[in-house]
Design a protein. Structure first.
Length: 526
């Protein structure tokens, strides 16, 4: 049998992909590479295929090979950035996204840059604001959306507040949200949910009041969604998506109600014209940082994240290091938060606490090559694979059981854990963090400082490392951790971060005042 040509192998790869057969497609492309006929299109096809099945580390190699043939290839460079981001190299990803955005006036690249910029280790407040303002300026008003104007509102004694989210169905992710929404005084407030879904099956956590409304908006384009929201004659619209749902960001270019508020999922300024206020607290936005926000800043007197656990969770287990296991640090944050600066810190901790180990688990570890990539990152920092335990993704309940094997959790930075921090605490595992240089780097701080775990918030990255080493090596540290673990949930429930009623009261007072142009004054204009 004569050797197959590159053209024949490419056709086979394309046919396999058309039938959803990824492995045979990659095998055909690998044969093209082996016979030395791979061009930019072949490397791009291989990289895109690997990216589609979350083989991020292999995709990086494919895209980098493609760029050796054409250093300015738009799609290859954009997708390399996407793969690098997924594996935690956020700075490199941001540089590639910026190149594509500027070189090709690529709006998708500008959006990607604006999305990831708060978690980029080298980004300043000024940089985040500039990037997001540039992106917001590039957004056009959605087709079919007329300019907003004040309309005659139907008489109603209650304040009408609308909440927008694509995540209402994810009860564990929305833990901080339901306490406020369900806690609203229905004698003074009407609540309207705009759920980017097709069914209400995920809204079982919503305690609907007699005048509340739910709109399922998945089938609506942005212009239709804008019209629907305006038809409700809201006093305030609250965006809960932030940059987590890029396709809906154009909605927030338009004015949807007299006042627009961002809460829960922003971590930095939005720079979007439809957002007047952003809700944080004293722990995440310092008083001298307001100039870095396009919005007016409202600071809650407690954590801006409340803590309500309604989903099923395992019981708190005993401290594993007291049962003969090595002292185990752990982190279950997403891989894209594990930046090179995080790897540097974690490697130093492991080297200075030689009897310890590190457990990591996230969705990226569903593939062997992604796990090997992370092992290589530690090896390059003189930490051997025997010090690491990399666990695959699992159903949520089983995933939470991984905390049974962790003595103390290490936070990521500058993009802290959010959901993972609350879940670690609920499972009895304290999270070591520090006072970072931006909101995204202080999310865990606000949770820990508003419960009984303020001692786990260091003043700096250096002191964070010192604290981790002390917890792993000092003789009395393990008994202290064991005592904390036994009382974690009761102490947490009685702490300010779980005092939902006071959080509801503060937010309702805020809503009433901004709706009536009260003590908080006018919102800042872009």
């Amino acid at each position: 049998m004569s050797p197959r040509s590159g053209d024949e192998l490419r056709r086979q790869a394309e046919q396999h992909l058309a039938q959803g057969r990824v492995i045979p497609a990659l095998e055909a492309l690998n044969s093209v590479i082996e016979i030395g006929e791979a061009g930019i299109a072949d490397w791009l096809m291989a990289g895109n295929t690997l990216l589609s099945v979350r083989e991020f580390s292999q995709a990086i190699v494919a895209f980098e090979q493609g760029l050796t043939l054409d250093a300015e290839h738009e799609e290859c460079r954009f997708n390399l950035a996407a793969a690098l981001f997924q594996m935690g190299d956020v700075t490199a990803a941001a540089n590639h996204f910026e190149f594509v955005a500027e070189r090709y006036h690529n709006l998708k690249a500008r959006l990607s840059l604006a999305t990831i910029i708060p978690g980029c280790p080298v980004s300043s407040h000024e940089r985040v604001l500039a990037v997001r303002r540039q992106f917001a300026a590039s957004l056009a008003v959605s087709p079919g959306s007329d300019p907003w104007h004040a309309s005659q509102r139907t008489a109603c004694p209650r304040l009408r507040v609308g909440y927008l989210s694509a995540f209402f169905h994810r009860s564990n992710y929305m833990k901080p949200v339901w306490g406020l929404i369900n806690g609203h005084d229905r004698g003074r407030f009407e609540i309207c949910l705009f759920a980017d879904d097709t069914t209400e099956s995920g809204l079982e956590w919503f305690q609907r009041g007699p005048h509340d409304r739910v709109h399922l908006t998945r089938a609506l384009d942005n212009g239709q969604l804008i019209s629907l929201i305006r038809e409700q004659q809201l006093d305030i619209v609250v965006d809960l998506n932030g940059y987590s749902v890029p396709s809906r960001l154009p909605v927030l270019v338009s004015r949807l109600a007299p006042v627009g508020v961002a809460w829960f999922n922003m971590y930095a300024t939005s720079a979007l014209p439809g957002i007047d206020w952003i809700v944080g607290d004293e722990f995440v936005i310092r008083r001298d940082e307001d100039q870095h926000y396009s919005e007016s800043v409202f600071r809650l007197p407690q954590s801006y994240l409340s803590f309500v656990v309604g989903h099923e969770a395992p019981d708190v287990a005993a401290l594993p290091c007291l049962n003969g296991s090595p002292f185990t640090f752990g982190s279950l944050v997403s891989q894209y938060k594990i930046s090179p600066t995080v790897l540097d810190a974690w490697s130093e901790i492991l080297k200075r606490a030689p009897e310890s180990q590190l457990l990591l688990a996230n969705r990226a570890f569903g593939t062997t090559c992604n796990r090997d990539y992370v092992v290589e990152q530690f090896l390059s920092r003189d930490v051997g694979s025997e010090r690491l335990r990399l666990l695959p993704p699992a159903p949520h309940f089983e995933f939470l059981k991984y905390y049974n094997q962790i003595d103390i959790a290490l936070d990521s930075f500058p993009y802290n854990g959010g959901t993972t921090t609350t879940e670690a605490i609920w499972q009895g595992v304290p999270v070591l963090t520090f006072d970072g240089d931006r909101w995204a780097a202080r999310t865990s701080r606000t949770l820990l400082m508003n419960c009984h775990l303020g001692e786990f918030v260091a003043a700096s990255a250096k002191q964070h490392i010192e604290a981790a080493v002390r917890w792993a090596t000092e003789p009395d540290a393990r008994q202290r951790l064991a005592e904390l673990r036994q009382t974690m949930r009761p102490c947490l429930i009685s702490s300010p971060v779980c005092q939902i009623s006071s959080m509801v009261q503060a937010m309702e007072n805020f809503f009433m005042n901004i709706a009536n142009k009260g003590e908080y004054g006018e919102a800042r204009q872009l």
